[in-house]
Structures are given as C-alpha cells and as structure tokens.
Write a protein that binds this ligand. Sequence first.
Ligand code: 26W
Length: 816
Amino acid sequence: MSTPPHTVDAFVEAFLRELNVGQGVSLARSSVNDQALALARTVRHHLMARWLEAIATQRRSPVKAVGYLSAEYLLGRQLDNALLATDLLDVVREGLAACGLDLDTLRDAELEPGLGNGGLGRLAACFVDSLATMNVPCIGYGIRYEYGIFRQTFVDGRQVEQPDTWLTLGSPWEFPHPESAQQVDFAGYTETYVDDDGQERCRWVSGWHVVGVPYNYMVPGYRNGRVNTLRLWSARATKEFDLEIFNSGDYADAVRARTFAENITKVLYPEDSTPQGKELRLQQQYFFVACSLADYMFEVLPRDFDMTRLHERIVFQLNDTHPVIAVPEMMRLLVDVRKLSWDDAWAVTQKCFAYTCHTLLPEALEVWPVDLIGRLLPRHLEIIERINAEFLAEVRERFPGDELRVRRMSIISDYPERGVRMAHLATVAATKVNGVAALHSELLRDKVLPDFSEMWPERFTNVTNGVTPRRFLKQANPRLSDLVTEAIGDGWITDLDQLQGLEPLADDAEFRARFRAVKRSNKERLADLLRRRDGYELPVDSMLDVMVKRLHEYKRQSLKLLHVVSVYEQIVSGRVDPASVVPRTVVFGAKAAPGYRMAKETIHAINCVSAVVNDDPAVKGVLSVVFPSNYNVTLAESLIPAADLSEQISLAGKEASGTGNMKLALNGALTIGTDDGANVEIRELVGDDNFFLFGMLEPEVATLAEHYVPSRCYEEDDDLKRAIDLLSSGAFAGGDRTAFEPLVSNLLYEDRFMALADYRSYVDAQSRVDAAYRDPDAWARAAILNVARCGFFSSDRSMRDYIDRIWHTEPAPAGE
Ligand code: 26W
C-alpha cells in the first residue's frame, strides 16, 4: 500500500469518495457529521500504510516492546492530532474550502474520547504519543468504555452528570477486530488433577465467561512514519449466550445475560481517588488485563514462543494499581496453561512488570476484599496467596523475629477485613517501582512503602511526568508555536530542550511585545469560545487566573475561592479602592466525582460566588469568575494557551506530580504554587523570580497535622474571618445562610487539607502576583523564561527515562 499523495486535488477526490461511498450521501445533502466522518476516514488513509508497515516490521524483526497497561486513556480529539502528524493541515483546509466547507466546523463536530478521569489517563495518552514519536514499539492496552467520563452540566449552580455518548455519531478512528477476540473467564472453582506426565496441576473450572473484542486505534508519531497501536477491549457475550436464546424457553433471560456481559465495559468509573471496591470495577480490571496478556503472549508472539524468554520481548508497565491483577494472571498463563514450573514462571513474571504509583493519598490505594477476589477469580486468589507466602518467608529471613514488619508488608491484610493490597502485590512483582515527580518518589519510598524500600532500595526510582509538546504546544497554541519556530526553528517539537534557545529573547523588547500579542490573541480566541459555549463575556484585558483540574479537597479549590471572596469583600466593604486592584478573571474548570459530597458543595459555592461577583457593578472590570462546565481535553486546549497565572495550590505532600502545571508553564503562564509534586521541579528550573511560591513545606505539614485547629486561623486573621463570614452570610445565596454550611464547617472544624493554615501565605503571594502583573513587560519576560526553561517537562524526556532506567528497550525505525 502506498501513501496517498499530499495534494489538494487528491485530497478533494478522496474526501468526496469517502462522503459518497463511505457515508452514502452527496456533498449537497450531507450533514456536518457526515462531512466530519468522511474527513476523518480520508485522513486516516494517510496513516494506514505506515501503520501496517510498523506491524509487519515488528513481526519480521521483533525488538523488545512496551506493553502499557492502563485502565484509562484520556485521548482528546483525534483529527487535529492526525493532521499534525501527517502534515496535512494546509492541504485539508484548502481542500475543504474548495468544497465550500470549513475545517473548524468539522473539527468541532468531533466528540473527544474521554476514556479517563484526569491526570493518570491523560498521562497515558501523552506517553503513547511520545513513544510513537521516538520510534519505540509500544502497544497501549486499555478499555473501550461505551460511556467515558460523564458530561458535566450545571443546574442552579450544582453539578448534574449526563452520560457521555461519544460513540453514537460513529467512531471513525477505531478498527474493530472481532476475529482477534479473547475469551475471559470468571468465577467457578479450582481443582487439582494429574497430567499426562504424572505432574499434579491445577485447573480453573470457570462459572461464566465473556469475550473481549479489540478495537485498534492508530497512534501516529510526529512526521516520522511510525504508527503504533492502542488496543482497547470491548466486552461481548459469547456464542453460547446466543445458543441459549434458541435452547432455553426464556428468551428475555437469555438477552439479559448478554446485557450482563456487555455491562463490563459499559462505563468508566468516575471516582479518581477513592476506590469503591465495586465488583464491576474488578471485573473491568481483570477483563482488560486478561485480554491484553493473552493477546500479546499468544497472538503477537509466535505460538511456540519460549516463555522463559518472555522478558526479552515485552515489558508491561502497570499504570497505577488498576491493572495489577495482571501479575497473578501471567503466573496462571505460564503455570496452568503453558505448564512452566512455579519457580520458572515467577522468575519471568518478575522481569516482565514495572509499576508506577500516581498517588499519596492512603485512601486511593486499592485493596480488594479477599472474599470478592475468591468469588470472582478463585485461581488468582490461590496464586496471590502463594506469592505472598513465599514473599513473607523472604521477609522473615531478612528480618528475623520482626512479625510486626511481616504484617505491615503482607500482600494480604487482615484489618478491617481481609483484603489484597494491590500496591504491595505490584511492588513485590515489579523490577522497578516509580513515583511521578521527585518529591513524590521520595515520599513514596519513605512514607508509603518504607518497608519495601528498605528491603529493596534499588527497586525504587523516580520518573518525573511530562506532557506531549505536539498536542499541548504545537497544536493547542499555534500562534506561540509559530513565534517560537520563527525564533529558534522547529526542532523543539521533538526535542523540547531546544526551547532554551528562547532565553536571550526574554530580554528582547520586540520579542516580548510579540509574545504579549500572542497571549492577547489567545485570550480573544478563548473569549469567542466561552461566549458561544457558555454565554460568558471574558474581559480580555484582565489577568487570566486559571485553576483547572479535578475537584478534590487536597487540590484546594476552596482556598482559591476564599481568595476570590476576600478580594470581593475588600472592595465591597470599601476597604480597598477598586481602582487600585489589578483586573483579574478567575477561571475554574473541574469535575467532581458524582458521589463526592464536599467536592460538589465546592462546585456549587464557586458557581454561586461567580453569579454574584459577575453581576455586581462594584467590581465590574476588576474581578470576574468564570466556571465553564465540562472541563475536558478539548477545552483545556483553548484555555491553557490563554492563561497568565497557573494555580497549583495543593497541600504540600498530596499532589503526586500534576501535569496541568507543566502544560500551563510551557504555554507561558506563571505559577502560583506550593512546594508540591512537580511544582518543585518547575520552580527549580524556571527560577524563584519567575514563580510565586507560598505555603507550608511538606515536613511542616506533617508537624502541624499533630495539633491543627483550623478555627484558630479564622479567629486570628481578620481578612480570612471576613471572607468566611461573607460566605456564611447568605450574600452569595439569595440570603440563605445555610447554603454553604457543609463547606464552611468542614473548613472551620476539620480542614483535612489545611486550606486555612495556608490562607495568609497564599493571599500574600497573590499580592506579589498583582504587583508583578502591573509591569506587563517584566511579566512577559518571566513568562518567556518559563517557556524557555520547561523543555524538561516533555513526555519525550519521561519516556527516555523509562527506556533507560526501567524498560531497557530500543527505538526501532519502522518500515525499513
Ligand atoms: C478509584 C481508584 C483510583 C485511584 C487513583 C482511580 C484513579 C486514581 C489515579 C491515580 C488518580 C490520578 O489521576 N492521579 C494523578 O496522576 C497524575 C499522573 O501521574 C499526577 O500528575 C497527579 O498528581 C495525580 O493526582
């Protein structure tokens, strides 16, 4: 198959053919959706030949590949990314115009695949982008949720969730492969038997099963001719279900059974820190992992492959604990199916996995009830118990007589109920365990898994997260990209350290002026969008102060809200002259897990404050608060390039890394932030003068936690007291004094994440922000230095780190 020609005429011809033959409509009668689907199919043709070549090359001369196992991929829209990778943007724009169509309209018709909650899912998407661009063979394995992250709407300021029906208008970027389906067993019991060689073996007699159908997505590298594969699994009922329909009298029952099977991949769980211990979630995890391992081990590898050498051909990266059931599954496949000895199987398994932890919150660490695992995956429970027994014997040998340590380290906990600690299982099985930023990896070692790091210090390492410069600079911010490219060439797109070349330009007045013009026009573009989308009037002359991320108490959106209320209070009480205030527009974007009460109360409070502030002539032109609903990757791509100030204000020691912080800095926003996660590294790189640091350090947090009384902060700080009193006064709730009671009493009497303790330091830092923003030229200089010094945060660099220190894989030019 040859690559289609890159000319406008050839594009128009191919596009019209897709419209006519693929969609079955004429141009004149086609809908925007028809046009968008035909466009997607036309563009994907340009990637097909490369894709098939990459697959063929890997089969012909295989090199070690990465199997990225992730329950989430927050991909964002596909069209722009494909146009960028193929360099077809101009041809397509022109070709569509020749047909009387507008690319931007068709672009907006694409519903993004929101198959993830936030940071972890988006990181997986950045990583597969980087691996393709770096020519590293990788298969991303995951779940094709029929409904991705819910669509957020606001009704009376409260979050209301709607199902994300991203597949209903057709999904031109996926390729189903029912012929490569895998069977996945559940439940039943195990029994021993003696095989033909007289060996005692174990057999799992399952209770029911489903099949997994793979849907392939192309992961194009940036203009390098490589296309990797993302393989997402969808659950179906098996043929037996169909037979039952004929055989059993109860047709409806049989159909219900189908629905039961297909439920497994129906919906993404929207909790992103407190696992609910739901059976269906464990089913999802096992389902995709079982499909993926069988796919790689028995389909991708030759049938007769010597499994004792499996680690020479694959390394599976465990994206948090969600896929960790892969460990006992690999043991089962090797021992029960491939008849390896337990010891041989464990030796390979231990070489095939590495584990990334993405959290520090104890409640986010998954623990599955032993009863549940035993019921759903009886053979896996036996395997886990044996792994644990052998592991604990090793612990006892290393630390004789230390039974407390044995209890702490056990994979199976006894209290509050018997449970399998998935992080322990992952750590025992993995070659390497990594955190996602320097501080996080340190805390992971010293506070989350200290016994393990004492036993195996060399196993622990750090890989600081990164973001793809293709999507988050080149594609999202074309104006800044052009300015940068004009100044230093376009090598930065695949070698982000080259941004350092911008440093001297920070001192060039003309460059600063052009940089400011870019920001300004990005704000105008955002203003257009928010006007159409949410009916907001965005004041483009004000400082754009952006806090976008999942809603979580530890991220402290409530602290940002207290700052807003303080500024408002100072003006309306007459204590501050509005003419002396630096005009600001505060932007929030955040979804709350549907069952997370305090997060939802915070959303309601932000919306109520926003409504009153935006309507009050006393602060007109000085302060406004916008909270567009349904923050997602697509909105991020418009918001981030327009931002002046990046809010990264989590309580120190709680945010593992953050990646929004990197995207914003890379797009020339200055950060106001705590000493947490990757903020630490951002500040080190951009320099103290170009970063607004505030708040307690992690050790101070740990000390204060022992005797923290939040109401004392309230009593002792007049501004804070006034802000909280104003919130409680009913002023933002039509006189209802109880409207924010849960939120306010949580802050005053619990405040688990110490927002009140950091309030003074935060508002003082905001005053420094105001002072700095008063000098637009100096601000631009600092912003340019942020861009110039953030090359480190490319996900290409993260991938280099994984390759060199964890995976030991090699790039392999595709299609030779
Ligand atoms: C419901 C169980 C559960 C628990 C944790 C679901 C999802 C999680 C994730 C680990 C939450 C998550 O997205 N963590 C974020 O990962 C990012 C990428 O490493 C980091 O930048 C963020 O700091 C971290 O919060």
